[in-house]
Design a binder for this molecule. Sequence first.
Ligand SMILES: [Zn+2]
Length: 130
Amino acid sequence: MERTPGVRCYRCGITYAYIGSEVHPGRCPECGSRAVSPSGRVVLRRHDLEADRRDGDEAVIYASDASGREYRYALALLDGAHAVLASLRVDEESIRRPRRGWPAELLPEAVRRALRENGISLVGTPESVD
Ligand SMILES: [Zn+2]
């Protein structure tokens, strides 16, 4: 697993470094998309994982970061205890799931913790559609 502390653009796929004393502004230098990795602390806004787990096949978590962007993570529940990131929205921009899916590491720690606390393990991408 790559451990480089980089910022990733979910739209064009580049990873770039940000050097500065403030949190990064959350805009891709390449394509201008706001759909890049969260900057600063990620705060969970809304979720009801318990209910999602009980009656749905999808779980949704809303979070925001220090730049004020809102993230919507939708997870497909594969069974009661495993989930995979199915779609991602940053502010108004929806990001299509890449063909090979997203790595589980893409989810910020705050989101991963909420899943853990609700007994849901995050798995990588279940299948490749190549
Ligand atoms: Zn980009």
